[in-house]
Design a binder for this molecule. Structure first.
Ligand SMILES: [Zn+2]
Length: 248
């Protein structure tokens, strides 16, 4: 039966196997771009009975052959095949794999993917960021609420961020920046965030309306992330902000 070929790769495999010269000559003579197109099934063919084995083919020759095949990149297809039943491509792979284990040097090194390098740099940057966050002397109030860095966490609220960072309109912070009185206008405590969230009597109504009943047992972060309490906190900071601007 006349062998059927689909691609140059199959043609070269056939020629390499040293099979039937009449058939291979026919094949060479009709080699054309059309032959490289799909003509027949490209399923792996069993090896002819009279042939050279792949063990007889110099390794360098195989190497050059495969390089040429890969350079052309025409109609290369992959099939699952049974092992050790004489399928020539599979036999070749076995021989090459065994030969490779006997080599002293590695002659082909797979390059590291760019995505892997980017991922490693990303991990290093995050690790460095976490170390700096833990070792810093700044923003320890926020660190107490958020000890772990997180690239997905983003608070863009002008008033809520003043609570989280402790930077803003609170008398204690205004005192540090502008020398204003650090006391609350109610005269009962320092003008700290804790005082305004939990204690200042001026904002009792806001707490009753927006905060959950158990708010004294909740942390500031829990209140910030509470849907209703967050509204109340915004109103408190907004009022403090207007007061601090009016006393500039
Ligand atoms: Zn007060």
């Amino acid at each position: 039966m006349k062998p059927k070929y689909k691609s140059k790769m199959h043609q070269e495999q056939w020629e390499m196997s040293g099979a039937n010269t009449d058939e291979s000559n026919k094949l060479k003579s009709c080699s054309s771009p059309q032959l490289d197109q799909v003509q027949e099934s490209a399923r792996p063919q069993k090896m002819p009975t009279q042939r050279r084995t792949f063990k007889e083919i110099p390794l360098l020759q195989l190497h050059i052959l495969f390089k040429n095949i890969l350079k052309n990149k025409k109609c290369i297809e992959f099939y699952w095949v049974k092992a050790h039943i004489g399928i020539r491509g599979n036999e070749m792979a076995d021989v090459l794999a065994k030969n490779a284990t006997r080599r002293e040097n590695i002659d082909h090194i797979v390059k590291i993917p760019k995505s892997w390098v980017n991922h490693q740099f990303n991990l290093l940057a995050l690790n460095k960021w976490q170390q700096r966050w833990e070792g810093s002397q700044n923003s320890r109030f926020l660190f107490g609420m958020m000890p772990n860095i997180n690239t997905k966490r983003c608070y863009g609220d002008f008033f809520i961020n003043q609570i989280l960072t402790t930077h803003g309109c609170f008398p204690q912070h205004q005192h540090r920046l502008f020398g204003k009185s650090p006391d609350c206008f109610c005269g009962r405590d320092f003008g700290t965030i804790t005082h305004y969230v939990y204690g200042c009597s001026k904002y009792n109504n806001i707490r009753q309306k927006f905060f959950p009943r158990n708010f004294p047992s909740l942390g500031i972060l829990e209140l910030v992330t509470h849907f209703s309490a967050k509204k109340g906190l915004r109103l408190i900071v907004q009022d403090l902000f207007e007061l601090s601007v009016s006393t500039l």
